[in-house]
Design a protein. Sequence first.
Length: 275
Amino acid sequence: MILLARDASELNTAADEIRARGAEVETVQGDVTSPEFEEVLQRAAETYGGLDVLINVAGVIQVGPAANLTLGDYQEAMDINFYGPLRAVEALRPQLRRSRGRVLNVASVGGKVGVPHLAAYSASKFALVGLGQAWRAELAREGIGLTTVIPGLMQTGSARNATVKGKRAAEYRLFATLDNMPGLSLRADQAAARIVDALERGDAETVVGGPAKAMVLFQALAPQLWADLLGLGTRLLPGAGEDQLGKKGREVEGTLTRSNPIKRQAEAENNELQS
């Protein structure tokens, strides 16, 4: 197994955990937006003599009202959430063709249903879902399978590393609470098991989580009603802030989220405390 990420300490922590379970792991430090990204991927594949599965899971999220998002926020979301997977598949297409391998793109329910205060994130994930639908048909002619997974909220602990804008403390408090609410969000291990199952089955698309499935179905069956309800619900969200500056969730952490035992456990289990 090869892990690629931009943070060396997080890579080493993740690799040590996987090795403790008996698997062989190599790490490559890199950034999906860097000019050397494709070269790093090709070198990693050549080291092992080929490639069977490519998993595109790197991502960023900006939480806040559209009034506080900048063009730079949209560009960052597209560069990482959309162009990262695109560049990876293009770079490794020959190896995947030779092995008749598979690609797994991790999108989001935000790529099927536009989510207020996640405009940049949703836009990039919609693009990834559309790319997956088009590419699956074309890559199949080359013997390459492609699966797009569309998870809902997951207890990954990643909220603390999200960028929050607008009324930052209020945005983070709401986002981190919903992200770790039983019944509304899935544990990371539960979500991971369903994602692996979808890859093994060769699904075209799989929505992961009951609430996410309900959102996608509701929006598809009654788009006008869904839009009206979403508009009403958005009025309950925090208003716009006075500037466009963003901070990491951990920088605006309050007592409510800091004391959430589900959130704290997810952060510890999923290597989110390194940053």
